[in-house]
Design a binder for this molecule. Structure first.
Ligand code: DX5
Ligand code: ZN
Length: 215
């Protein structure tokens, strides 16, 4: 398995100083920037979209990991790929034709990810796992930063890792929500290798130390 990838969730950044916070994440040893797009339909809140992605891509030295919490994401995939996403993750619950949305991501030449809300079983995406580079196991209900980690999601991480191993697939398993210096060890132990963290990293006095505590 690959080394742990740390993705800083910009949802917890200071939007008035977004460029500085992107640089802070880079200087602190983060590997990716995680970019949460929320449409107010798939999740209750609205975050940011294309114009902000364009600005971040213009200054970021790190790959941008786009997490689409958007109903029928196929409508926006090409646009976000063109604006600079290195990878796009869609929710299995958000699309009528998940295969078509994954194919659209692939046709744009960016990494394809598939996300599961806490209540969605791994069995529902079993046949789709070979089609993606990454599965995102949500460790909170999507929609807001700063929530408490849901430990009942740990068996799902292990289940996805077991499926990937049985397929001989070098799958990335990402977790998102409530990741801090304590929960990071639990998700790594379960098989996750891409850790998204927002409030824990951006609230830290010493972000480099916080990043190290996740590895
Ligand atoms: C929540 C988002 C997360 C969020 C994580 O729906 O997908 O990326 O920013 O925030 P923390 O790390 O604060 O739980
Ligand atoms: Zn996210």
């Amino acid at each position: 398995m690959k080394n742990t990838v740390i993705a800083a969730s910009l949802l917890s950044a200071d939007f008035a100083r977004l460029g500085e916070d992107c640089e802070r994440a880079h200087a602190s040893g983060c590997d990716w920037l995680h970019f949460d797009i929320m449409d107010g339909m798939f999740v209750p809140s609205i975050s940011f979209g294309g114009p902000v992605l364009r600005s971040v891509a213009g200054v970021s030295k790190l790959p941008i990991d786009v997490h689409m919490m958007v109903t029928e994401p196929i409508r926006y995939i090409r646009r976000y790929a063109e604006l600079g996403a290195a990878g796009i993750t869609i929710h299995a619950e958000a699309a009528k034709d998940v295969r078509a949305a994954i194919a659209e991501i692939r046709s744009c030449g960016v990494r394809a990810g598939l996300a599961l809300k806490p209540a969605t079983p791994v069995s529902s995406i079993f046949e789709l796992i070979p089609l993606v580079d990454m599965v995102l196991v949500m460790t909170v209900e999507p929609g807001f930063g700063g929530q408490e980690f849901m430990s009942e999601t740990l068996p799902k991480i292990a289940e996805v890792r077991q499926i990937a191993e049985s397929l001989g697939q070098p799958l990335d398993i990402e977790v998102d929500g409530g990741i801090n210096g304590i929960t990071a060890a639990l998700v790594r132990e379960a098989g996750a290798n891409v850790l998204v963290s927002g409030s824990y990293l951006f609230a830290a006095q010493d972000m480099s130390a916080a990043v190290s505590s996740l590895r």
